[in-house]
Design a protein around this ligand. Structure first.
Ligand code: IMP
Ligand code: MG
Length: 198
């Protein structure tokens, strides 16, 4: 390159991305209030132990926990299944166990999304062996079309179509978790929807 010519800035290698709002923050908050009332109605006067699956379920847990009246405690567990990609490897591995025993407790597993069901199937089997008094599942989002494992949630925020979504805890390669809403991820120069199963 001739010395007098300025080098052009390198074209960015990051693919173009956009997020199209699917469920607004206000709708999420309203729905969580209703779920919290429903949960408390099902277990009146009982201490509830919420278990969130890191990291996606954290915002749902903190909002839900603050909306349930009465005694509530919580704990965290972490599993890995998706890695950096948008597809499930189908393998679930425990990467962080709970701090305390759940024996005799009324446990509500709080997950961001129920997709293939592999993660929850694994967790429910694990928790059942530890003899809780009750074991229930609350998910903010449910993608029923994608189910492989026979798992159902007792409390569902929103049933959504088969799209790859981000926000309110859900990530794409660890990004977008902090969005206060849930949106569909659009990728590439044509900003196409990211297929959920690719
Ligand atoms: P499952 O084991 O296939 O049910 O997947 C559950 C986990 O996959 C969730 O906790 C998410 O971390 C991740 N996941 C599934 N669908 C999506 C999505 O649309 N966006 C982001 N993460 C997702
Ligand atoms: Mg994830």
């Amino acid at each position: 390159m001739p010395l007098h010519k300025k080098a052009r800035p390198q074209a960015t290698r990051t693919p173009r991305e956009r997020v199209r709002v699917l469920i607004t923050g206000a709708r999420i908050q309203k729905r969580i209030q209703a779920l919290a009332r429903e949960i408390r109605k099902d277990f009146p006067g009982e201490p509830l132990h919420l278990i969130s699956v890191l990291k996606g379920g954290v915002f749902f847990l903190t909002d839900l926990a603050r909306s349930i009246p009465g005694e509530v405690s919580f704990d965290f567990i972490a599993v890995s299944s998706y890695g950096q990609k948008t597809h499930s490897s189908g393998q679930v591995r425990l990467t962080r166990d709970l701090d305390s025993s759940i024996e005799g407790k009324t446990v509500i597993v709080v997950e961001d999304i129920l997709d293939t069901g592999m993660t929850l199937q694994y967790l429910l089997r694990l928790f059942q062996q530890r003899k809780p008094k009750h074991l229930r599942v609350a998910v903010l989002l449910d993608k029923p079309e994608r189910r492989i494992a026979a798992v159902r949630a007792d409390y569902v925020g929103f049933s959504i179509p088969n799209e790859f979504v981000v926000g309110y805890g859900l990530d794409y390669a660890e990004r977008y978790r902090n969005l206060p809403y849930v949106g569909i991820l659009l990728l590439g120069p044509g900003l196409k929807k990211k297929p959920a199963e690719d």
